[in-house]
Design a protein. Sequence first.
Length: 303
Amino acid sequence: MVMDADVAQVESTAPGRPGAKVDRALHDRDTVELGGASLTARLTPGHTPGCTTWTMQVAEAGRMLNVVIIGSPNVNAGYVLVNNKNYPQIAGDYVKTFALLKTLPVDLFLGAHGAYFNIKDKLPKMGGATNPFIDPAGYKAYVEERERAFERELTKQTADARTGDAVSFDIAWDHVALSVPNIAETIAWYEKMLGFRGTVRSGQPGARQQVADLRRGNITIEVFQLPDAAPLPESRKNPTEDFRTHGVKHFGLEVKNLPAVLAELKAKGVKMAFEMRDTPTTAFAFISDNAGNAIELIEHKAP
């Protein structure tokens, strides 16, 4: 008899597997009658998907004692808790197991291996004034220690997995590129409105496009003018509508005192695409350049 989740592995004839015949597949809370005793199977997965802890009651000295026979809460060497392709929910199953084990009533503490409950120390004490296997405190301490060991291993494997995904190189922002209908007009607009300085690159033999660089501080905008390029669709000029289409939506420039900036730009004739919106942490607005490209101006407020 084994839990249903372990049947396939128990019956497997692959190398190293038992190849046994399972006569009865158990489910959580199923009972098994054995020699006048009734045992209840509790699913405590993790060690295996169908790892089973048994509970029962026995009478001793005129009282009923709760017995817990722990299957295994151990994370064996080589167990994969993170990104386990064969057992994806393994870590979550261990968490469920520890939650269940901490709720079980226990007087007599036993387990699948004698080391779990210190059988070597307890066995010589049998026949004394008290039953050494009546050890609820030892059960609680064992479960807590095994849970801490699981959490340490999970933390380590999680960190190792993140390290494996780490990027080993640095990057820095370089530029944004715009295609425009008239490169000279675009240079003039960015110089007048936003204080950029434009430089037209020397043409290459046979090149059909003109290219210019707009620079202000560490910000660079690369501008292209290509004959017969399609105009920017009207929907792309409206930031609210443009979000309905996938792709790059706009670029943002941080400013100080956004209301004053907008007042200056409006006095120069800038076209507003989205009026200023004020929030507790930021204020932002969108303007359109001469080609209709959306530019966000944003002010981050001090905490």
